[in-house]
Write a protein that binds this ligand. Structure first.
Ligand SMILES: Cc1ncc(COP(=O)(O)O)c(C=O)c1O
Length: 458
């Protein structure tokens, strides 16, 4: 972008000015993540404030948030209890190190979190993002085997189309070609299972698809190929979001669990988007009745308002690290901001809000209404699949022959500009994951807007 590229201040920043906040004189310096920077800066979409189910953009237009920001604002925006907790915390204890030093809050929070996690995943390692959670989980799995005298288990198994964040571990086990191909060979010793998207057999399934259980058996094949005694961990998103919402066939996760248990392999569920109520329980693991050995989380843990991630590990795994002398460091890993006091305060207030308003149950209560609304879009031009589970939805479009992703992006852009609604686009898929405070009238509006926009885009 050239130095004289337009500033968004030109003419339409009324709402933002009212808030007394600063407009950029130029948009040049901010290199936006996962964004076509030139196109965005030529035609920006800028949000100024948020409350409840809505953003307000810099022009003062109310934008319905059909995505919980980026799959993270599960309790809705600017919730008073969370705002107040963060406000108070910053003035009380702004930072405290957690390397051989600490403060009470990370312990209080860890205990609360351990009450929510499935099985005996009672130990919490704090990070600052989903990517860090994933890389931490992979390192913990490797170190766990080594601590038990099985250091030959160095292989990691991911899946095609998986998104596990952007660290080198995450992109190595991840399966999105664009996220991998620019960055060299990645970690050695990684293999991938096939993804579970099968539009031909499972197109327009409502809830979990019925075909594809047999793909879990691929794990046996890959394990046999490499020798089971070399495999450290398998990492799986119970429902993948970033690849365009890919659901596990009924029974698939249970079968993966069985195979991992049989071979002593650590099973990691990456619940960065499915955690904290998205599918009707604290974790998708509980909704599907399958308990992994490690869960990675982030996003909804603080309702998105302060960066935080977490890795939940089982008793067995934790115990393996505690066999040395009392004075020995258990795990040579951690971040300056692991268990940051602001994040802990935000997380505790977030958990209170979820509990007081029974928000995790909302994804079950409203799940049917959501499913009906979403599937009412079947038959609209170019819609080739619709997928849903809990309060997650996806609409997939036929790609334009010479421009994959263009149709999806046009729907997303029109939904924002014409429909005043924030959705998420990945290729030719529109993904939806609204705040759990959503009501039926918002659901109606989401699918009315999308219906209009999809027709207009044809
Ligand atoms: C399953 C999964 N893992 C990891 C991540 C990475 O999280 P973050 O962007 O906080 O690093 C995401 C982000 O969407 C995700 O969906």
């Amino acid at each position: 972008m050239s130095a004289d590229s337009p500033s968004p201040a030109a003419g339409y920043a009324a709402h933002y000015a009212q808030l007394g906040m600063q407009m950029p004189a130029s948009m040049e310096a901010f290199w936006m993540p996962f964004t076509a920077n030139k196109a965005f800066k030529a035609s920006p979409r800028l949000l100024a404030s948020a409350a409840g189910m809505y953003y307000t953009d810099i022009e003062g237009r109310q934008i319905l948030d059909a995505c919980a920001g980026l799959w993270c604002v599960n309790a809705g925006h600017a919730r008073p209890r969370i705002v107040e907790a963060v406000r108070q915390q910053i003035g009380t204890l702004d930072f405290a190190p957690n390397f051989s030093m600490s403060s009470p809050l990370p312990f209080v929070l860890a205990q609360r979190l351990a009450e929510l996690t499935p099985g005996n995943l009672n130990h919490v390692f704090y990070t600052n993002s989903g990517s860090e959670s994933v890389d931490s989980a992979l390192k913990i799995a490797l170190a766990y085997h080594r601590a038990r005298g099985e250091g030959q288990r160095f292989r990691l198994i991911g899946r095609e189309k998986a998104y596990h964040g952007v660290g080198f571990g995450g992109i190595s086990v991840g399966g999105l070609p664009n996220n991998r191909k620019w960055f060299g060979p990645g970690l050695p010793g990684v293999d991938h299972l096939r993804h579970t998207l099968d539009i031909e057999r499972n197109g327009f399934s409502q809830g979990l698809p019925t075909h594809g259980l047999e793909w879990a058996e691929e794990l046996e094949r890959v394990i046999t190929l490499h020798d089971p005694s070399t495999i450290a961990a398998v990492i799986i998103e119970p429902i993948s979001g970033s690849a365009g919402v890919i659901l596990p066939p009924d029974g698939y996760l249970r079968r993966i669990r069985e195979i991992c248990s049989k071979h002593g392999i650590v099973l990691i569920f990456d619940e960065v988007i499915t955690g904290f109520g998205r599918v009707g329980k604290a974790f998708a693991s509980q909704r599907f009745g399958v308990t992994p050995d490690i869960i990675t989380a982030a996003k909804g843990i603080t309702n998105g308002c302060v960066p935080m991630g977490a890795v939940f590990v089982s008793e067995d795994i934790f115990e393996a690290f505690t066999q040395g002398p009392d004075s020995a460091i258990d795990l040579f890993h951690g971040y300056t901001y692991s268990g940051h006091p602001l994040a802990c305060a935000a997380a505790l207030a977030t958990l209170d809000t979820y509990a007081e308003e029974n928000l995790f149950e909302k994804a079950i209560e409203l799940g049917h209404y959501w499913q009906q609304g979403l599937h009412s879009l079947k038959g609209l031009p170019n819609v080739i699949d619709i997928r849903n589970f809990g309060l997650i939805g996806a609409i997939e479009f036929a790609a334009r022959p010479d421009a994959p992703g263009a149709r999806g992006f046009e729907v997303f852009n029109r939904a924002f500009h014409d429909g005043q609604m924030l959705t998420r686009v990945t290729g030719d898929v529109i993904a939806l994951s609204p705040p759990l405070i959503i009501e039926k009238e918002h659901i109606d509006r989401i699918f009315n807007v999308l219906g209009d926009v999809i027709r207009a885009t044809a």
